[in-house]
Design a protein around this ligand. Sequence first.
Ligand code: 4AD
Ligand code: MG
Length: 454
Amino acid sequence: KWLSVSEALTSSEAINKNIKVQGWLQSARIQKSLLFLDVNDGSSLKSLQAVMPIESESPEVSLGASVQLEGLLVTSSHPKQPVELAVSSINVLGSCDNLLYPFKARINHPADYIRQFPHLRARTKKFSSVLRIRNAASIAVHEYFQRKNFLQVHTPLLSSSDCEGAGDLFIVKPEGTKDASDFFGVPVYLTVSGQLHAETLACGLSNVYTFGPTFRAEKSHTSRHLSEFYMIEAELVTGTHSPGESLDIIMQCSEDLCKSIIEKVLTEKEEDLSFLHSSNKQTDLKEQLENMIKKEFKRLTYKEAVELLDSAKENFSFRPKFGENLGTEHEKYIVQEFGNTPVFITEFPASIKPFYTRNDTDTNTAYAMDLLMPNIGEVVGGSVREERFDILENTLKNLGMDEKYQWYLDLRRFGTVPHGGFGLGFERLLQVIVGAEHIRDVIPYPRFVGYCPM
Ligand code: 4AD
Ligand code: MG
């Protein structure tokens, strides 16, 4: 019977039975007249140890080879492994030249070394752990929203809108065409956010969410920016609530979502998580995550944040200025000051938030929020959307966008409703969870300025 490595290691029914497993060798070593193999198929952090006598006709096996093994699963005398496989037959599917293979057996290669081999790094313990955690986190997103009766919608990746108005757009056109409008009749971009489309769907279906890739042509070479990243975006119809109450609902939803994701990873991926925490030298992180799901996130106004930073003795590379966006170092400092509890920043100056944001005209602040997390800074951005037709039309006119965004105005023209939502950067949350210094280590294929090798 075929078993995955994880099943072989954990199923008590399989003990003393003949089983078949397959996978890649994490090590192959000879001791006396025995060959010891560690085989792993990606289903588990731990490998299954397989033992076979060396005979004259034994095939050549080495680290990295892919093999199929058959044999008796027996309890092991070694304290570190519950079972081992007494191999009766081996089939080498693919051999591996160890002189050229980049990884060595039983060595915990550093992340920046592994990163040089994007096509092979799924073979490493570190990266396969990350991807199992990423899978669990992704399932947690759907579980959370489905439990809360949000409808999953797929927003388009090709769009002629610039949701954030930041101009970080990748243009899409067929190879060989000169004019950006040749194909679609208008310039089309890879989406920077599914928000505007999600809004149209929420204004008809009530609460919705979308979870997919988004693209930004930011030329930032930082440890928290990618050109292609996954964003979870929720859009909530908040009904008759005041904008302040709407923002509370939106913040609470994003807080609950973060906690659900962290909790699932903590309970279901304990082994992978501990391994990553220790190899990332983040020994206190598990406790930090446990605290995060227990405590309420903090809330701070933008003004309070700037005052806090102003009084800080820290040597920031630039001092925060009222009316401007906070830098990553400022965001990290704020979270640290609150004992690594995540912090929501609210009441931003209206001038630094996009056209769709609901503003308070008396105070010139935006009903918007950023959620800051330890070691990373901003992980979530969200806001209440301007639901009042006249004010939105006026804003769009002033930006010269009114003609193009008539469809967006229609949402306010025909049965407008207070609504709002947020976008959560999936890779940034994963960084927080696994303690990865670099965002490039939590996505299978990182893309950034100057890098897209395959
Ligand atoms: O704050 P942002 O730009 O917000 C929006 O796009 C809204 N339209 C979302 C919404 O309300 N539906 O992006 C949201 C989050 C950020 O907080 C950050 O975590 C992540 O997306 N993010 C990036 N992650 C990796 N690489 C980048 N270049 C990112 N840019 C934003
Ligand atoms: Mg933002």
